[in-house]
Write a protein that binds this ligand. Structure first.
Ligand code: BDR
Ligand code: CA
Length: 308
């Protein structure tokens, strides 16, 4: 599987990169950074550090969108630490990002390898939306798109209804949901069930490897925040689960649902909306969501596997 990764590392993004790097059947073709957990240039520096750590020193990293399409930039250092990697990012890589933008890189690669590339988006969808605007046939040029984002049947995390990725750029999410990708949505519905607990963190600390030591150092800030919020030291594996379900979709069940994103709600902006009414399914009644859109595969349950 040839993957182009779009990401905002971010502690759980870092673990997704570790996971993908360890998969024998995955070729990481390129990485694009995006604003989200940290500004896009910081996310690119982190991606380069992480790729160095796992020995993927040839994989290019392009800096992506520095801000959302419409709203001002918000970042989440309070969750991921001042440098996005728990305050333990470490020295800069000796490599620098490539000159093209993440959207340009994705379009160029998709044109060069039609229907071969799987796109995995672990941050706000600004780059994917910009790439779709540059190349409107992108949804057909790539094989599929996995999006970590949304909270279709459960509460949000950054607002009562929205997950951080969709809330950080609702207009970009809207463009991507309308574009016609073969899209799998891995939302908080399932990622909130994929939590590494204190025992797991201790096992990680005990491993004798540079990668494990680095991983344990960067996760501490995140786990400490959760200890304060929930009274429990845990690490939620949002992005690693999205990566794992891209590599092995058989681990999950999904529902085909037409999706929209709320753009105007005072309390609900950034919420992913699906028509879950039984009546809507059985009678195909008129829905405000627009039945003409291609349905997305919304992951609804995950078997016990590497993360659960
Ligand atoms: C998503 O938001 C970010 O904080 C995480 O990296 C993940 O991609 C979860 O809502
Ligand atoms: Ca992320």
């Amino acid at each position: 599987m040839r993957i182009v990764l779009d990401t905002d590392p971010g502690v759980d993004d870092a673990f997704a990169i570790f996971y993908l790097a360890a998969q024998p059947d995955v070729e990481l073709v390129a990485v694009g950074s995006v604003h989200g957990n940290v500004p896009a240039p910081v996310a690119a520096d982190n991606a380069l550090r992480l790729l160095d750590l796992v020995g993927l020193t040839e994989v290019p990293v392009a800096v992506g969108a520095r801000e959302p399409l419409v709203q001002p930039l918000h970042t989440a250092e309070f969750v991921h630490g001042p440098d996005g990697l728990g305050g333990h990012a470490g020295p800069l890589s000796s490599r620098r990002p490539v000159a093209e933008s993440a959207a340009e890189q994705l379009v160029r690669l998709a044109r060069a390898h039609p229907a071969e590339l799987t796109v995995v988006a672990l941050g706000p969808l600004t780059n994917i939306a910009l790439a779709t605007m540059l190349e409107p046939t992108l949804p057909r040029l790539v094989k599929s798109l996995t999006v970590m984002g949304g909270a279709v049947t459960v509460p949000g995390n950054i607002t009562p209804y929205a997950d951080a990725n969709t809330w950080h750029d609702p207009e970009a999410t809207d463009i991507v949901l309308r574009a016609g990708f073969d899209l799998t949505l891995v939302g908080l519905d399932v990622t909130e069930t994929a939590r590494a607990d204190f025992a797991w963190l201790n096992r990680l600390a005990a491993l004798d490897s540079d990668r494990a030591r680095y991983a344990h150092a960067i996760v501490a800030h995140y786990a400490d925040l959760y200890a304060t919020l929930l009274g429990e030291k845990v690490f939620t594996l949002h992005d690693p689960l999205a990566a794992a379900l891209t590599v092995d979709p058989a681990l999950a069940t999904h529902r085909e649902l037409v999706l929209a994103v709320e753009l105007t709600g005072t309390h609900t902006r950034g919420q992913i909306v699906a028509d879950l009414r039984v009546l809507a399914r059985e009678t195909n009644i008129e829905s405000s969501i627009g039945q003409a859109r291609r349905a997305a595969k919304v992951v609804e349950s995950v078997q016990s596997g590497p993360f659960l």
